[in-house]
Design a protein around this ligand. Structure first.
Ligand code: KG4
Ligand code: ZN
Length: 341
């Protein structure tokens, strides 16, 4: 039985998993760093990489223990080496290379964004290819043509902020805690999504498979505080009703943009499957709106359960496909922090 150890340290979760050739998960651990970054209102790269250094070995040990196997029983080690924060990526890569060298294991490189899409394959147990893939995370909002687990072509993406980043920044403007996505979703449940008329950037332009969330963020800021500098501490004094209504209005605007461009991509690609991944896909309103769109436009929708939407190492099981295709790396493997197009 093929058994691969996968490592994930692209951003602020230290994660490992042992997966089999049949995509069975034998062990999986995620050590979240949310509590370390919370008081800064966002991920601090230097803190993230230092925390990865402290956590990577205990996380690997715990994962192997859960799986009930030793390092000697592994067939390969895989690591997400792109894209992400440089310092964070380096920790996972170094750990993986060390294991590959010491235990004489083949080394497999995982693209974190492709892995997010592959989470749909693991969660559904079905073939998902070919499909259109949508990644909506803290760092990325991208659409892909996914021909096979080894063939992803970018179709478009955000021209400024990622959807998750916009959630995090707007939450901070509203005096809500980090990470902003879950906090906005929580308060939006009591809010009126029609109270504020926020823009839906690029939605009416059907020639572009692109997103833009920066102007939407600014629109929220102007609605709340007007132009100019925002005085310190003012967010904490916002009325709870106003916070809830703005959270709901903002969430609705982001969701509408994501749904509209996904539908456009499906139409352009003449595809009938949409696979979604990334932290923002954990959002309940997003999931509901995508379900409605799938009914209305007749496409098959794949969205993984919440724990496979946010960063995890189970989705690194895409390494099984690379193993089968003989795609191994040398110990000279490096990280790529940004997107490769
Ligand atoms: O995929 P992920 O865990 O990490 C990255 O690779 O970026 O995504 C994290 C992002 C954060 O911006 C967070 O606010 C957002 O996902 N997020 C959500 C929700 N849960 C996490 N956004 C909206 N609603 C949620 N329920
Ligand atoms: Zn991610």
């Amino acid at each position: 039985m093929l058994r691969i150890l996968t490592l994930e340290t692209t951003c602020d979760e230290t994660a490992a998993a042992v997966v089999t050739g049949e995509l069975e998960v034998l062990g999986a651990v995620v050590a979240s760093q949310v509590e370390l970054h919370q008081r800064f209102g966002g991920v601090v790269p230097e803190i993230a990489s230092r925390a990865h250094v402290e956590r990577i070995l205990p996380v690997i040990h715990q994962t192997l223990e859960q799986a009930g196997i030793t390092l000697q029983e592994l067939d390969a080690v895989a690591v997400a080496n792109r894209p992400g924060l440089s310092g964070s990526l380096l920790v996972g890569l170094l750990a993986a290379k060390t294991l590959a060298m010491v235990c004489d294991l083949p080394l497999i490189a995982v693209d974190h964004l492709q892995a997010h899409i592959y989470a749909c394959r693991i969660a559904s147990g079905k073939n998902i290819f070919p499909c259109v893939g949508l990644i909506v995370s803290g760092g990325h909002s991208n659409l892909y043509r996914c021909q096979s687990p080894l063939d992803f072509t970018p179709l478009g993406g955000t021209i400024d902020d990622a959807a998750g980043e916009a959630f995090d920044k707007v939450a901070s403007m509203l005096g809500l805690p980090y990470p902003g996505g879950p906090a906005i979703e929580r308060v939006a449940k009591q809010g009126d999504p029609r109270r504020f008329k926020l823009p839906r950037p690029l939605v009416s332009d059907s020639s572009r498979l692109e997103f833009s969330f920066s102007g939407l963020k600014t629109a929220v800021r102007y609605e709340l505080f007007g132009p100019g500098r925002v005085p310190m501490g003012v967010a904490a004094k916002l009325e709870p009703k106003l916070v809830a209504d703005m959270a709901a209005s903002f969430q609705e605007a982001v969701v509408e943009c994501l749904v509209a461009k996904s539908v456009l991509a499906l139409q352009q690609e003449k595809a009938d499957r949409l696979c979604v991944g990334g932290g923002v896909a954990a959002n309940g309103r997003f999931r509901e709106a995508m379900e409605n769109a799938s009914q209305e436009h007749g496409f098959e929708l794949f969205i993984p359960p919440l724990n496979l939407c946010t960063d995890n190492a189970v989705m690194g099981a895409i390494a099984v496909e690379r193993y089968r295709a003989g795609l191994f790396e040398s110990l000279g493997l490096d990280i790529t922090a940004g997107l490769v197009r």
